[in-house]
Design a protein around this ligand. Sequence first.
Ligand SMILES: [Zn+2]
Length: 340
Amino acid sequence: MKSSSTGGVDPWDTSRYLNIWITSNLWKPYLIGNILGYAQFPGGDPNTDGIVVDYKYFGKTGLQNGRIGTHEIGHYLNLRHTWGDGPNLPNGGSNGCNHDDFVSDTPNSDSPGNCNIGRQTCGSVDMVDNYMDYGNCSSLFTKGQKSRMRTILSPGGPREDLAVAECHWCLDNINVTQSVSMGTTNTKQARIAITASNSIALGSQAIYHAEQEVLLTANFEALKGSVFRAHIDWCSATYVSKTSETQSGDTIGVNSLNTGLQIYPNPTENTLNIKLRNQNFNNATVQIYNLNGATVYSNTITKDNRNRLKLNVSNFQSGMYIIKVINDNGEVFTDKMIKE
Ligand SMILES: [Zn+2]
């Protein structure tokens, strides 16, 4: 179900999306009876992460007040059943009261309440109308459950990217300084630019999206055996109208990620000529940064009759720079430039 190779549907990036598979005839060999849905707790296999709901119980109809999806998302965000999944399913003895759901404001109970209002199993009234019980009266999460779910989505939590990934598009600029460790995938998105000064370890993956540029500082490195991809793409709903990509081989220093910009001579001593493949512009803003990201030059230049922007760099200090050109159509180009 969860893989196209076995006739199902591959998930979207499970670090950024909650995947919901809607299917029929759920069956698991170790359980008897109907299965309405199930979920994967945080920290599991990313290839199967998400929830599954039988189509008969999806939406506003069906058992549990039509809230099977709510219940499964509760599991997905680390909630246990209110009775703590003790050993005495479905109608256990007193030992079930020793099993907690790790939430302090859900009263202890020893088995599913199934909407038996007023039922007491562990010395207090069971909260049978909680979404993490079973039955057709589900209507609430507690504050404790809410905070347990939010912890999962908070910075440092196992599903933090789910909460912030989309929002990253709202951030204009992101500085990435934290290294990506082996076996992990790091995805970042910025509306304008990402500046990376981190290290991408062997056996890890980093994928950075920005509308205008992914700037790799001198401290950035993608070590051999890692995968690094930088995408310059638009963040509209159906994005990726323009993509350039670089793939790591050996350690990467500074890369030019856009095509369409030509600067020459490079290295240069006095005059730098800048050409854009798309010549349909009159003026362009040229910005030059040093490798610490500080702006050392910014000016708007009108192209000459050979479609060149000319810039005198004779008073620049020797070294490497990042040059960024924005033409009056709003197109952005970056490259590296070396001053002799
Ligand atoms: Zn459940």
